[in-house]
Design a protein. Structure first.
Length: 106
């Protein structure tokens, strides 16, 4: 199996160790790249996607999530949202629900 390596800048500890041993400070350090390390680095580099759907108010999303709401990536999302919307919210949550147009809807 072929050995894959990459280079990176040296850490301060590596530079200090080289000076202590009387060696020249390294400009770059060669490190092994394993498949799992490459996957991990790729995951860290990608932009994380939000679980909140774009058409949902932020407060509504957090309220639903705290009440055991649904995630956007579930296959039965639409049915779960309809069921959740038909269920009455507790009193404290009813007072805090976003109502377009402002004021009480009553």
């Amino acid at each position: 199996m072929e050995r894959k390596t990459t280079t990176r800048p040296p850490t301060s500890a590596e530079r200090h160790a080289a000076r202590a041993l009387g060696r020249p400070e390294p400009d770059e350090v060669e490190v092994d790249v394993t498949p799992s390390a490459a996957q991990h680095a790729a995951r860290l580099a990608e932009v994380p996607q939000s679980a909140k759907p774009k058409n949902v108010q932020t407060f509504d999303w957090y309220a639903r999530r705290s009440l055991g709401g649904v995630r956007a990536d579930e296959p039965a999302r639409e049915a779960a949202v309809e069921e959740e919307e038909s269920r009455p919210l507790p009193g404290w949550a009813q007072r805090m629900v976003y109502r377009p147009g402002g004021g009480d809807a009553a």
